[in-house]
Design a protein around this ligand. Structure first.
Ligand code: ADP
Ligand code: MG
Length: 890
């Protein structure tokens, strides 16, 4: 017969024959049920039989008799001899011979039960047998002196302690004695009438009045057992009874937290893991081990015969006989099991026919004298083997511990949350600051880049608009001229250019001049002829007079020539003196400012004058004009000899740069100089004369005189004829000086002054352009001043600028950004003055000046001009509107 895992046989139970149930339920391979579920496993009550060795008395008394039992442990059979030739054979779950060690008995009888208890089942280990057969020996030996003698109680607790966790699991113990239907507390003797309480719902029985001691280790358990035994002994002495008459009941409650351990592990190591498992309450398994050391079974049969008090005998027997009845009823599957008949059966309700794993050890002695008791015991065991229990795990959710754990977790999480929140806030703050910093940096960079880009775009935009407008203008002009050419072409059948016309005119002019010269020659010839024809008639007295007159004339001519030569020589001498002194002195000469210096000789003279003045020497030119006389020098301006004229005009020019201006003007020098401009085609003379006029024109009084004598016309004429840039420079300088006079504005313009200035820009010489620019700036300034005054005094609005009227604007716009800073400054100033008057605004816009004004307002290196441009642009409604239209910001 195969042995089961727990050492119990699986095969059928035999009793001689097949009178026993042949099929027993399978061994208790504990099947784990779903936590909290009511799943149950069938578990038959296991029964082992243990034979006590012969004691000393038996050895002697039974020496001549054979033992009444014969064991066949390998077959798990026991033979009970009826007589010498007959015996009954019984099969048990385990047959333990007199040699069986306590260890083996524990392993076979109790260990499977203890294992079940550790897994959450109830378990019962009970010893049944005649007094003195070894029930207490089997269950309750402490093994103080010999550890191998330890009984099932001590070994069970040892096993339990080695399988539980001290942290999560608990072991509690109660130790009781049942005597005469009274339950006494062996751990607290005062507690001598403990009542059994039954749960109406579940039917579970409990002893709320019993002392429950939690024990932590084996040692304290042994101590507890010792105390219990002492109390049992004392109680029995007091009651005048024997321990064999009472039932001793040890109750061990093992409470294990199964999933709780796993959950605790999770919660300790990972606070943030809030898995579903974490909210599951831990499972508590409550296994209860009941070890029952029954009173001796012989009392049932022998109590009366041995003269015990009837009452006592009844009471002692009551519990055991009730147990027997219950076992019988259960073994026979009776409908009624009289559990409530005794306290013992009530207490063992779960152990037999309940949910407990139950193991029964029946103890027998070998003596044939006690054969009847032995047979009775064997029969009890055989019936008990038929009792089926339905093992049920005792599990429940530990909500208390879950709640406690969750509370701890909540506290932990609250703290963690606070910490994280703080850290998060700090981080957010830090990121915010960082971001703000970056944003402001980016904004700054962006604004700068944008500003730059915008500026560039606006400049490009302005430039392209300007170009477009120029192109448009050009196209307009072309268009217009094409129309004109078209008509002339139609009329003349050809396409003569402007130049052709000019050369044709020139030719005509030359012809005219030649014809005039020829006519003059003819007139002269005719005169000579007339004289010759008259001569013979006058040959008498008149001939002498005529000759004398002629001689006189020649003489005076001669004298005049000599005088002139003297002056020229003197002038040359003074020039030489000057040059000689120049070579040794500083050559610094100024051409700047309004002081207009026309010639090298003039500046040399100035220099010389300055030097002479400081040295106390007499200036040579002054010397010259004092010696010769200003009138004489001026008269030489009209000399027939061009050489004389040149020297004379140089002298005058030099004098005009000196403090002699008033004298020169008084003596009619200005008229002479103007006359030179008018009469002579020689450009050198004109240049020098213009220089002299320019110098005189520095004075306001002289300016008026020049105007009064038609000087502006003469200057304009010179300007149109001259080709030498230096001549043009002188003329432009003279006009520029005149332009600075408030009173002369209208006349200057009406007599062609502005046009003359603009005409001179054909010479691209910077010196000329610079003077032109100065003239225009002067004019614009005076005009602006006049307009402001007119508005302030009379409230009248000035008409648009004469400069614009005369077409100066294109040149102004073109040169507003001239490379030469001097020109640029003058033009910029002129533009600003023009722009100050709203009446000019539209012309300036259409003329493209707005762009230049914008540029000036941004780029001009001179703060005052830049500010002026800005002010002008922002104060003029027309400009403001236009700028807005063009989306330009100033
Ligand atoms: P019970 O409790 O059944 O009345 P006990 O356990 O008190 O019997 O045993 C009676 C006596 O027999 C004791 O002295 C005990 O030491 C002895 N005894 C019992 N069983 C054995 C055994 N298996 N081996 C040796 N001695 C035993
Ligand atoms: Mg005993």
């Amino acid at each position: 017969m195969a042995s089961g895992r727990n050492g119990f046989p699986r095969g059928p139970n035999l009793r001689n024959s097949s009178s026993f149930k042949s099929k027993l339920p399978p061994s208790s391979t504990v099947r784990r049920s779903i936590p909290g579920a009511l799943g149950a496993v069938s578990g038959r009550v296991r029964v082992a039989v243990r034979l006590r060795p012969q004691n000393a008395e038996e050895l002697e008394a039974d020496a001549d008799f054979a033992d009444c039992v014969e064991l066949q442990p390998e077959l798990k059979r026991l033979k009970l001899r009826k007589n010498n030739w007959d015996s009954d054979t019984y099969e048990f779950d385990e047959v333990l011979t007199e040699y069986a060690s306590q260890k083996r008995v524990y392993e076979v009888v109790a260990k499977p039960v203890v294992e079940s208890v550790l897994e959450g089942y109830n378990g019962t280990v009970m010893a049944y047998g005649q007094t003195g057969t070894g029930k207490t020996y089997t269950l309750g030996r402490l093994g103080d002196e010999d550890t191998s003698a330890r009984g099932i109680m001590v070994r069970s607790l040892e096993d339990i302690f080695s399988n539980i966790s001290q942290e999560t699991d608990t072991v509690t113990v109660s130790y009781l004695q049942l005597y005469m239907e009274t339950i006494q507390d062996l751990l607290n003797p005062a507690n001598d009438n403990i009542s059994i309480v039954e749960d109406q719902k579940t039917g579970d029985v409990s002893l709320p009045g019993a002392t429950v001691v939690e024990i932590r280790d084996q040692q304290s358990f042994v101590e507890l057992l010792r105390i219990g035994e002492a109390h049992r002994f004392a109680a029995n002495t007091k009651l005048n009874t024997e321990s064999s008459r009472s039932h001793a009941i040890l109750m061990v409650q093992v409470r294990r937290s199964v999933l709780g351990r796993e959950n605790d592990f999770t919660s300790e190591h990972d606070v943030s893991s809030n898995g579903v498992n974490n909210f599951k309450p831990p499972i508590i398994r409550k296994g209860k081990l009941v070890v029952v050391d029954l009173a001796g079974s012989e009392r049932i049969h022998k109590s009366g015969s041995e003269g015990h008090m009837l009452e006592e005998a009844k009471s002692i027997n009551l519990s055991l006989s009730a147990l027997g009845k219950c076992i019988n009823a259960l073994a026979e599957n009776s409908a009624h099991v009289p559990v409530r008949d005794s306290k013992l059966t009530r207490l063992l309700k779960d152990s037999f026919g309940g949910t407990s794993r139950t193991s029964l050890v029946i103890t027998i002695g070998p003596s044939p004298r006690h054969r009847a008791e032995t047979a009775s015991t064997i029969l009890f065991g055989q019936r008990a083997m038929k009792v089926e229990n339905m093992l049920k795990i005792k599990e429940e959710f530990d909500y208390k511990s879950l709640s406690k754990r969750l509370e701890i977790q909540i506290e932990k999480l609250t703290a963690e949350n606070e910490r994280l929140q703080k850290a998060c806030e700090d981080e957010v703050e830090r990121i915010k600051l960082e971001a703000q910093k970056q944003i402001s940096e980016a904004e700054r960079d962006c604004a700068e880049a944008l500003k730059e880009e915008k500026m560039k775009c606006q400049m490009d935009y302005m430039e392209s608009i300007k170009q477009l407008e120029e192109k448009w203008m050009l196209n307009q002009t072309k268009h217009a001229s094409n129309g004109f050419i078209g008509t002339s072409h139609a009329a003349e059948g050809g396409m003569p250019s402007g130049n052709d016309e000019v050369s044709e005119l020139k030719k005509l002019l030359q012809n005219e001049v030649q014809q005039r010269k020829a006519a003059e020659l003819e007139i002269k010839n005719l005169k000579d002829c007339l004289l010759k024809s008259m001569k013979p008639e006058l040959a008498g007295g008149n001939a002498d007079i005529f000759n004398l007159q002629k001689m006189l004339e020649e003489e005076s001519q001669q004298r005049k020539k000599l005088e002139e030569e003297v002056i020229v020589l003197r002038h040359q001498l003074s020039q030489l003196t000057l040059e000689a002194s120049q070579t040794t002195s500083c050559p610094d000469r100024s051409r700047t400012g309004n002081g207009f210096v026309g010639l090298d000789s003039v500046s040399s003279l100035r220099h010389l004058q300055f030097k002479d003045a400081s040295d106390g020497e007499r200036p040579s030119i002054s010397n010259l004009h004092e010696k010769v006389g200003l009138h004489k020098i001026l008269s030489l301006l009209e000399s027939d000899d061009p050489n004389v004229r040149i020297h004379a005009v140089k002298v005058v020019a030099n004098l005009a740069a000196e403090a002699n201006q008033a004298k020169i003007v008084e003596a009619g020098g200005l008229s002479s100089l103007l006359m030179l401009l008018r009469s002579y085609e020689d450009e050198t003379i004109r240049r020098i004369a213009a220089g002299a006029v320019a110098n005189l024109a520095m004075n306001e009084f002289n300016q008026e005189l020049i105007m009064a004598q038609g000087g502006i016309c003469l200057l304009a004429m010179t300007a149109s004829d001259a080709e030498d840039p230096q001549t043009l420079r002188m003329v432009a300088g003279a006009v520029a000086n005149l332009c600075g006079n408030d009173k002369l504005q209208t006349r200057l313009r009406s007599e062609g002054g502005i046009k003359a200035l603009l005409g001179m820009v054909r010479s691209r010489h910077p010196d000329v352009l610079s003077q032109v620019a100065r003239g225009i700036a002067n004019f614009a300034k005076c005009e602006s001043r006049a307009a402001t005054q007119a508005f302030a005094n009379l409230g009248t609005k000035h008409g648009r600028s004469l400069l614009i009227e005369d077409g100066a604007l294109p040149w102004i716009v073109q040169n507003a950004n001239n490379e030469a800073s001097l020109i640029r400054r003058h033009v910029e100033l002129a533009l600003c003055h023009l722009a100050q008057h709203e009446v000019n605004a539209n012309d300036l816009i259409s003329g493209g000046a707005l762009w230049e004004l914008v540029r000036i307002s941004r780029d001009c290196s001179r703060d005052d001009i830049r500010a002026l441009a800005c002010r002008t642009l922002t104060s003029s409604p027309t400009f403001v509107a236009e700028l807005r239209r063009l989306r330009i910001e100033v």
